[in-house]
Ligand binder design. Sequence first.
Ligand code: FE
Length: 244
Amino acid sequence: MENDTIISAFETSEGAGARVLRAFPTRLIEDYDPFVLFDEFSLAPNASFPPHPHRGFEALTYMLEGSLRHQDILGNHGEVEALGVQRFTAGRGIVHSEMPGEGSGVSRGLQLWINLPHRLKHADPSYQCISAEEIPAKKVDGGSVRTITGPASPVKILTEMLYIDVCLDPQVFYEAEPVCGWNTFVYVYKGKVDINGQHIERGHAIFFSDHPKLLISAVERCGFVLLSGRPHGEPMYHNGPYVD
Ligand code: FE
């Protein structure tokens, strides 16, 4: 893929009445090694993801609004509220359900799937629930940065990657320098930003392979996530809920 490819996430439905804005996979971006899928989802109180299976990858759900309950056949269950994270490792197989917490109105979040390398495809399935208070957060001039995965985050993930959530006031700058050779993308979930001279709006993502430096400025009050991961460099077969 060319550097600086910008896409608009497309709206589709999933589960029982869930609306998702899907950044990838699409025909243009089939996967973005080590990442498999990235959705912004929205659940009305009566919508849910009823029990369904997964295998071969890990998933991180970062809540933006409302709350989400997880339950799986291993007996794990948990509920996270806004700015909290759930991680599950599907490994050799898991069946789970996700539904909005009671009384939370519309629940909105970001779900990311990360491929497992071949040697870990049969890993034990597991689950982790991390509250907003446990996610490292720091104030920067005119904004805040929350570290969802990376050094200092308690979120355990089997692929080397960085995942941050950045909120900025209008006209504030943020600089990032992804690791050389890693695949990086930015998804804007609120407001509008300018990245290396390109305008990116809410619901859009921009992809970088091996980019030296990102200079990001807030055109208006904004929220975006920046994700960067070490590619596995292995063939991947994604078929619905399975990644082999
Ligand atoms: Fe699922």
